[in-house]
Design a protein around this ligand. Sequence first.
Ligand SMILES: Cc1cc2nc3c(=O)[nH]c(=O)nc-3n(C[C@H](O)[C@H](O)[C@H](O)COP(=O)(O)OP(=O)(O)OC[C@H]3O[C@@H](n4cnc5c(N)ncnc54)[C@H](O)[C@@H]3O)c2cc1C
Ligand SMILES: C[S@@+](CC[C@H](N)C(=O)[O-])C[C@H]1O[C@@H](n2cnc3c(N)ncnc32)[C@H](O)[C@@H]1O
Length: 644
Amino acid sequence: MKYAQVEWNKGTPRSARYGDVYFSAGNGVEETRHVFLQQNELPQRWMESGHFVIAETGFGTGLNFLVTMSAWLQSAPADACLHFISIERHPVSPDDIARLASRWPELEPCVDELLQAYPPPLSGMHLLELAGGRVRLLLIFSEVEHALEQINHKVDAWFLDGFAPSRNPEMWSERVFELIGRNTRAGGSFATYTASGDVRRGLSSAGFVVQKAEGFGDKRDMLKGFIFEQRCYVADRPWFTVPVVSYREKNAVIIGAGLAGLATAWALIKRGWKITLIDRHADIAGEASGNPAGLLMPRLGQGETLDSRFYSNAYVHAVQCLDRLQAKAAEQFWFKTGNVLVDDADKLKKIVESHQYPDDFISYIDSNHTEETTGVELARDALLLVNAGWVNVKRLCKVIRHECAERLDYVQANVADVSFKHGKWQISGANNDTIMMADCVVAANGSLSGRLAVLEWLPVDAVRGQLTMPAVTQKSRKIKCGISAERYITPAHDGRHVVGASYKLNDDSPGLSSLDQAENINSINRLIPQVFEQKAEPAGRVAFRAVSKDRVPMVGCVPDKAMFETDYRDLRHGRHSRHYPEGAYLPGLYLSTAHGSRGLASCFISGELIASMICAEPVPVEKEIVDYINPARFIIRKLKRGRF
Ligand SMILES: Cc1cc2nc3c(=O)[nH]c(=O)nc-3n(C[C@H](O)[C@H](O)[C@H](O)COP(=O)(O)OP(=O)(O)OC[C@H]3O[C@@H](n4cnc5c(N)ncnc54)[C@H](O)[C@@H]3O)c2cc1C
Ligand SMILES: C[S@@+](CC[C@H](N)C(=O)[O-])C[C@H]1O[C@@H](n2cnc3c(N)ncnc32)[C@H](O)[C@@H]1O
C-alpha cells in the first residue's frame, strides 16, 4: 500500500485522490464532537458497560479516533476498555497525522501514543494497544467491503465518515450498509455528517431507524439512527462460528510454558485475568522455546494468500510486542538487526510484486548490494525485512513471565488429560489424580498436544530440529544481520553464532547428531564460502517443533469432534450451508499449537486472538484468517474429502 497524498491548506487536510477534505475547514475537533460523539449519545452510553465498541469507515488522519480516545480517557471508568475499529484503504502517513498535534495541542499525548504504535501501510488488521490497555485500536487497512466482512464482533456505535458520497460512492454502497447493519448489536447506533437521501434509504434497508439531526457548521442536516432488533443471518461456513462463553471469574489454566502459553498468559493478564501455568518441567521454556536464538520471520508466499496475510500481520504485531517488552527488560533479548531472506531471484521478485509491501517493511536487494546489508558477500539476491531481527527465545519467555508477575502461578506437573466433569474441566495427571479444576483451559503444549486424549485426533507431529552454535571466525564476525536461506545464521553474540536448524520428521532422538551439525555448517559455508572451518565439534541444541498436517498453526476453540461428525456427516454431498447448524465447540477449551518454525511471528497474535475470544472482544485477526487457523478445519476437510 502507498500512503495517501494529503494536501494541507491552512491547517485543513485534503485528499488529492478524492478532491475532498478529511474534516471541516472550520473546526474538525468540534465537528467530531457534534457529529460522531453527541449524535451517538457518547460519552453517556459508554458509562454503562465495561467495554464499548466503536467502528468507523474512514480512519483518515485519525482525528475522530483521537478526539474519541481523549474523551474516553477523561470520562470512562479506569478499568473499562474502548475498542475502536477503523477501516482505511489509503493510510495517511505518520508525518501528516503528526500535524494534528500542532493545530490541537490538547491532542498531543494521544497523537504521540498513536504514532508510536502506528503500523506500516501493510494491508490487513493491526492491533494497537494504547493508554495502558484502556484503548484498543484495531486498524484495518483494506477496502471497506472486505474489511466489513472480516469484522468478527458486533458494534455499539458507528462513525460513517467516507468522503462525500458523490466523490466516494464505494464507501456508501448497498453492500456496505448491509454489512454495517449485520455487524451492529441490538441498540447499536450510527452517525454521519451526510444527509444524502441514498444514504438514508440504504441504512433504513439495513435495519436502522434513521433520523435527521442538525448538521455541523454550514451543513443544515446530518443523519443518525439506531437498530432495535438484530436480524438473523446465516454464516457461509456455520461450522466455523464459535460460541461465546461467559466466565464468572477471570481465572484460566494454561498447559505449556513455552512461547505459545506465555504469550497467551500475557494477553489474558493484561485483561485482568489470573493464570495458572502448568508445565512438566521445573522451569519455563524447557523445550522448543528454550532456544538461545531464533529469527523473527513472516512466511511470505508468492501471491496474496491467507497464509501470507496471516504471517505478515502476525509479524508486525510481534515486532510491536518485542519492542514493548524489550523497553522494560533489564537484559537484551531482542536484536533488531534486520533479517535477509536469500532465495531464487524469480521467487523473491514474485513475492515483492504480488504484495506491494511498503519499503519500510521489505526491500529488495540485488546480489551486488547484499554485502552492504549483511556484512558478507552472498552473490545472491535477497529480501531485507527491515524491522526484523533475532531473539533469544528463552530470555524472551523469562521477560514475559516477569511481566505477568504475581498474576501468574507456576505449577510443575505432567498433564495426562483434560476432561469435562460436572460443568468444569478436570486437569489430571498420569495416575488420574486431579491437578486442578477450571472453567477455562488453554492447551499450548506444543508437539505433545495430540497426547491429551481430548485432542488425540489433532494432526500434529513433532519435527526434530538441531541448532549448531559455532565459535565466531574472522570472516563470520562481519555478519551484521540474521540471514535465512536453506538454514539460518545469527550475527555473533558472546563469541558464538546460532545456525538453525535441521528438520527431521519421525526422529525422536534427543541427543546431538554429528551429521546434523555438519549439515548445518556445510549449508552456511555454501551460502558464505568458507566462513567456518570444521575443526572442533561445535555446541548445539535439539528441540521439537509442533507441526500440523497443513503446516499452519492451530489456534482457537476446540471443536467437539463427535458432534461435528454427526452434524456435518453429509458435507461431502455439498448441501447449502444454511442447512447446517453452527459449530459445536467444547466450552472453555482453547488451543494454541503447531507454530512450526515461525512461532516468534505467530505466538503473540495467537495469544491475543484467544484472549479476545475468551473475553468476548473484537478479534484482532480477519474472520477468514480465524477460520484458516481454526483447528476444526481438519475435521471439516476429512468430512468433505475423506482425509485431513
Ligand atoms: C530447532 C528449532 C529452531 C527453531 N527456530 C525458529 C526460528 O528461527 N524462528 C521462529 O520463529 N521459530 C523457530 N522455532 C519454533 C519456535 O521455537 C516455536 O514455534 C515456539 O517456541 C513456540 O513453541 P510452543 O510454546 O508452541 O512449544 P514449546 O516451547 O515446545 O512449549 C510447549 C511446552 O508444553 C509443555 N508440555 C507438553 N506436554 C505437556 C504436558 N502433557 N503436561 C505439561 N506440560 C506439557 C512442554 O514441557 C513445553 O514446555 C524453532 C524450533 C526449533 C525446535
Ligand atoms: C473523510 S475521510 C475520513 C476522515 C477521518 N475519519 C479523520 O478523522 O480524519 C474518508 C476516508 O475514507 C477512506 N476511503 C475512501 N474510500 C475507501 C474505501 N473504498 N475503503 C476504505 N477506505 C476508504 C479515505 O482514504 C479517507 O481516509
